[in-house]
Design a protein around this ligand. Structure first.
Ligand code: ZN
Length: 430
């Protein structure tokens, strides 16, 4: 182990609490907002007139949050420094008419959100969480965090071909959870949620509900050097960026405006009113310039000087599948944050972006690593290139290296979340 700042267990303990409190993107932004409020940030209403006062502010829209800290003496053309991330994770989401079943089993009809490893959802105790829209126009976050549902795998005796062919799962037929016994009646699931949450029967008129593993995150390994848990992709980044923003807000002499931008809908392409490919970030930054008396020219100057470190998980070298990785780029758990490079712009990083990242890591005193795909493997992507292209903002893709990406339970080094947060804080504070 090298010297400071490793290993700060308090950050990872805090991440565990964040993951547990955030089974959905709506809960994740509420968890981030709670931490920002404690640091003195205040929510601003998108429908209200904004003022140009200094201090910490944030906007919540669905499963997305944009937070920023205006230091005293900031000019209208003061540039931004943005820590970007996404709040959503692949999972199973409740269909409009969920009450189904057969042969005395009650089931909940679900759609597949994003690209989960389907097998990882089998034979787990699952909870149900999300947001309910009520007749009076309000919304309620709900979380049934006890064992409520399960997708039982077929017994080996009934399909021995899985030894040769591997497990074949049909997204429609094989992924419908059971949640008890009896006949299904339309409205059962929503009535149950109304009852569980003390809501008058019939008051729920809309919902966005999703399934989550209720098993809490846990340290793992001989020396507890690993962390196993759900939604590390990408709540580890959301949590690190939130911690970095509150640290930056407490620092002196900022010559830019530090920003947290965490978006929903990355896992299905980011094209929504709350996604990174929507107008949310641009409109918030622009309004912040105008609220401080800025002009279009000030906005253009501010954007020209703005840099975004966009953080998302990447792949650590897998000991059982080393040939799937690049032969010489081998990100390791607890090796520090990774710089993600793809010359075909699946990641937005270029040489000058690398310099920004290296500068942040060096000032934070944290090690760093490089990720690049094997040329024969298609490379994933993230919100970085979208942010760069949509807003013309210089963007660098970074993250932490994990295993089991898109599993219901992922695995990372227990040190890396803190190392990422330190690098992001150095970036936002500089
Ligand atoms: Zn991700």
């Amino acid at each position: 182990m090298s010297s400071s700042p490793r290993f700060d267990r308090s950050h990872t303990d805090e991440l565990i609490a964040f993951l547990s409190a955030s089974p959905t993107p709506y809960h994740a932004v509420a968890s981030a907002a709670e931490r920002l409020e404690k640091a003195g940030f205040r929510q601003v209403d998108e429908a209200a007139q904004w003022d140009g006062t200094s201090g910490g502010k944030y906007v919540l829209r669905g499963g997305s949050i944009i937070a920023w800290y205006v230091p005293k003496g900031a000019e209208p053309h003061t540039p931004f420094r943005i820590a970007g991330a996404h709040t959503d994770s692949p999972n199973l989401r409740v269909k409009p008419l969920p009450d189904s079943g057969a042969f005395g089993w009650r089931q909940v009809a679900v759609e597949i959100y994003g690209g989960p490893l389907l097998n990882s959802w089998l034979d787990r105790d699952l909870g149900l969480a999300g947001r309910l829209s009520l007749r009076d126009g309000s919304t309620r976050l709900v979380n049934v965090g006890r064992p409520l549902l399960r997708i039982p795998q077929l017994a080996i005796h009934m399909d021995r071909s899985i030894y040769e062919k591997g497990l074949q799962l049909d997204k429609q037929k094989h992924m419908q959870p059971i949640w008890g016994l009896g006949d299904a009646h339309e409205g059962d699931l929503i009535s149950f949620l109304e009852e569980e949450n003390g809501i008058t029967a019939g008051d729920v008129t809309g919902w966005d509900l999703m399934v989550h593993s209720i098993e809490p995150p846990a340290y793992l390994g001989r020396d507890e050097e690993l962390l196993a848990g759900p939604r590390m992709d990408n709540l580890a980044s959301v949590h690190a960026a939130t911690a970095a923003l509150t640290a930056a807000a407490a620092s002196d002499g900022l010559n830019h405006i530090p920003v947290l931008a965490a978006f929903d809908h990355e896992e299905n392409g980011s094209q929504s009113d709350t996604g990174a490919d929507g107008p949310l970030l641009g409109s918030v930054l622009e309004r912040s310039v105008f609220a401080r008396g800025g002009t279009y020219e000030d906005k253009a100057r501010a954007f020209a000087g703005t840099v975004c470190l966009s953080s998302d998980t990447g792949h650590a070298i897998h000991p059982n599948y080393a040939e799937r990785h690049d032969p010489t780029h081998h990100p390791r758990a607890n090796g520090g944050p990774i710089l993600k490079v793809n010359v075909n712009n699946r990641y937005a990083t270029d040489g000058s972006g690398r310099a920004v990242f290296v500068d942040a890591c060096e000032r934070a005193g944290v090690p760093y690593q490089h990720f690049v795909s094997n040329n024969a493997m298609p490379c994933g992507t993230t919100i970085g290139p979208i942010t760069a292209a949509r807003h013309g903002i210089k963007t660098v893709d970074i993250g932490i290296a994990i295993l089991s990406m898109h599993s219901a339970r992922e695995l990372c080094g227990s040190d890396d979340p803190h190392l990422l947060a330190s690098a992001l804080a150095a970036f936002l504070e500089s």
